[in-house]
Write a protein that binds this ligand. Structure first.
Ligand code: TYM
Length: 326
């Protein structure tokens, strides 16, 4: 049997190159090889402050962007988390076997509770259990994510193991699948990861060519290569992007210039910006087209939820039965 793939993305309003290279790009490849479920996780997104007036549009935009980036609704199941209520029901059941200590150790919880000090809610704390429920509901085994999500996938394994040993074998233990660009750093601060919440850190995949060039030209590098020393994080990040977006001969040329100390970062940035603009052009076109067809997109999400629910219901019945609730 083909192992099942599951992954999720928050409807943040912007999909940046980190999301694309760390996750979505591999989803697009995997969907043709595996039974795949891709979920827009709106219940995760409400654990930090947000404007309810924007949320519906953010969910729609996330769906459009993912389909425009290559997710094919004819082969993959694409749906919105809140359309499948079994996600929250399984969360509650898993809550009952998850020690609070496991959640208190999560890096993302610590970072977000620092960032949103005035609203450290129970949902933010329980976030990883909802993520475990997302995955386990479909008994998924392959979870393509960026590096920042690995800790949550390991926790999902722990929860699966605990459930299996308490109530009997039920869930396979899922594994994170990392892409070669699993950690894209912030352009303006390469010590941090590229993130929607860091202005200036990201290039959005629907950014206009002028914005892309502008952000790229401001990317932090270093004063030039120092012989015998490791590449600085900002320069290494640009090389990672170069490998993803530019032709192999371009990468080789800049690598040689770097090695010989002759590299001009302004030229590297300018070539890289042009290659990113060219690579994203078909995406922008497809996105424009889909934005004009809201009914088509909504139907894709409705059908996706209907299909996802068939699997979700079956797992939930099995879990409730094993827990003595049926
Ligand atoms: P989210 O919405 O923050 O990000 C979506 C995906 O993009 C990856 N990513 C990155 N990869 C490389 N470099 C970066 N700078 C970068 N920033 C983000 C993330 O690792 C992720 O794969 N909790 C998840 C969503 C989720 C989920 C799931 C994922 C909910 N349930 C079940 C997998 C399985 C999140 O907030 O991702």
């Amino acid at each position: 049997m083909r192992s099942r793939v599951f992954s999720g993305i928050q409807p943040t309003g912007v999909i940046h190159l980190g999301n694309y290279l760390g996750a979505i790009k591999s989803w697009v490849d995997l969907q043709y090889k595996h039974d795949s479920f891709f979920c827009i996780v709106d219940y995760h997104a409400i654990t930090v402050p947000y404007d309810p007036a924007d949320m519906r549009q953010r969910i729609f935009d996330a769906a459009v962007a993912n389909i425009a980036a290559g997710l094919d609704p004819d082969v993959a199941t694409i749906f919105v988390q809140s359309h499948v209520p079994e996600h929250t029901e399984l969360t509650w059941l898993l809550n009952s076997i998850t020690p609070m200590g496991w959640l208190g150790r999560m890096t993302q919880f610590k970072e977000k509770s620092e960032q949103f000090k005035e609203n450290v809610n129970v949902g933010l704390f329980d976030y990883p259990v909802l993520q475990a429920a997302d995955i386990l509901l479909y008994k998924a085994e392959v979870i393509p994510v960026g590096e920042d999500q690995v800790q949550h996938i390991e926790l999902t394994r722990d929860i699966a193991r605990k459930f299996n040993s308490t109530f009997g074998d039920t869930f396979p233990e899922p594994k994170a699948l990392l892409s070669p660009a699993a950690r894209i750093m912030a352009l303006n601060d390469p010590a941090k990861k590229m993130s929607k919440t860091l202005p200036g850190s990201y290039i959005g995949i629907s950014d206009l060519p002028a914005e892309i060039r502008d952000k790229m030209m401001k990317a932090v590098t270093d004063a030039g290569p120092t012989p015998g020393q490791e590449m600085s994080p900002g320069t290494a990040n640009l090389f990672t992007l170069l490998k993803e977006f530019s032709a192999p001969e371009t990468v080789r040329r800049f690598q040689e210039e770097y090695d010989s100390g002759a590299i001009r970062y302004s030229e590297l940035k300018s070539v890289l910006a042009d290659d990113i603009v060219a690579a994203l052009a078909p995406f922008r076109e497809k996105r424009e087209e889909l934005l004009g067809k809201p009914v088509v997109v909504k139907n894709i999400l409705r059908q996706g939820a209907d299909r996802a629910r068939l699997y979700a219901r079956e797992t939930l019945l099995e879990v409730k039965g094993k827990m003595g609730l049926l």
